[in-house]
Design a protein around this ligand. Structure first.
Ligand SMILES: [Zn+2]
Length: 218
C-alpha cells in the first residue's frame, strides 16, 4: 500500500479544519494536530508529555525538541504506519528538517504537502467578518454569509457579537505571523518537490476539496 504522509498548510481562516476532516475520513489517516497531541501526551503522562506540561503550565512556548519528541512518539503508533495527516506542524523550517530526519530514520518521508492558498485580504474578511449569535451560537459572516437584518440572528433574533480576538488588527497580526513563518516552509517543500497548492480564494469547501483530492491522488 502506498503511504500518504501528508502535511497540511494554510493560514488562519483558510478552512484547513474542514479539509482535514474530509481527508482523514476519505483516506483513513489519523489526524495529527500538534495542539491535540501535546494535550494527549500530557494526559497520558509520557516523558515528553511531562516535559511539555512544565512549559504549558507556565505559559511558555513548548520548545522544538519537546514538540518533535511528541510527534515522534505519535508517528510510531500503529495507526500511523500507513500514513498520517499532520496539521499545525511543522511551523518552521528547523521543525520540517527535524521531521524529515526522524521519518528518514524509519525509512519514510513526507509524500504530500498541501497548501490551502487563500489571499491574505480574504482571510482578514473571513475572520474579522465573523459574528456569532449570543443565543444559539450560529456563525455568520458580514461579507460572505450575512444575516437578513444587520446584527440580528435569523433563527431567534439574538444579538450577533464578534469574538474579541477576531478584531481586524489582531487578525492581521496573526496572518502576518503565519506568512512570515510559512513562506520559508513553502520554499523548503517546493524544493523537495512535494508541495502542491489548492487555491481557496473565493471558493466553497467542496471546490477546494476537489483540488485537494487531485493532489492526494498524485
Ligand atoms: Zn441565534
Amino acid at each position: 500500500m502506498t503511504q500518504r504522509n501528508v502535511v497540511l498548510l494554510g493560514g488562519p481562516g483558510a478552512g484547513k479544519g474542514t479539509q482535514a476532516e474530509r481527508i482523514v475520513a476519505d483516506y483513513a489517516l489519523p489526524h495529527i494536530s500538534t495542539g491535540d497531541m501535546l494535550r494527549d501526551a500530557v494526559a497520558r503522562g509520557t516523558e515528553m508529555g511531562r516535559a511539555a506540561q512544565q512549559y504549558m503550565e507556565s505559559g511558555r512556548l513548548v520548545p522544538d525538541e519537546v514538540v518533535i519528541g511528541v510527534v515522534r512518539d505519535r508517528l510510531a503508533e500503529p495507526d500511523a504506519a500507513e500514513g498520517f495527516l499532520l496539521d499545525g506542524f511543522p511551523r518552521t523550517v528547523p521543525q520540517a528538517e527535524a521531521l524529515d530526519a526522524m521519518l528518514a530514520e524509519a525509512g519514510r518521508a513526507i509524500t504530500h504537502v498541501v497548501l490551502i492558498d487563500v489571499p491574505a485580504e480574504e482571510l482578514v474578511q473571513r475572520i474579522a467578518g465573523r459574528r456569532s449569535c449570543a443565543v444559539c451560537g450560529k456563525i455568520y459572516n458580514v461579507t460572505y454569509d450575512p444575516p437578513k437584518v444587520d446584527g440580528v440572528c435569523d433563527v431567534d433574533g439574538g444579538e450577533l457579537t464578534q469574538r474579541t480576538d477576531d478584531n481586524e488588527e489582531t487578525v492581521r497580526n496573526r496572518i502576518a505571523v503565519y506568512e512570515q513563518q510559512t513562506a520559508p516552509l513553502v520554499g523548503y517543500y517546493t524544493d523537495k518537490g512535494v508541495l502542491e497548492s489548492a487555491f481557496g480564494g473565493g471558493k466553497a469547501p467542496d471546490e477546494v476539496y476537489e483540488q485537494v483530492g487531485q493532489i492526494l491522488a498524485s
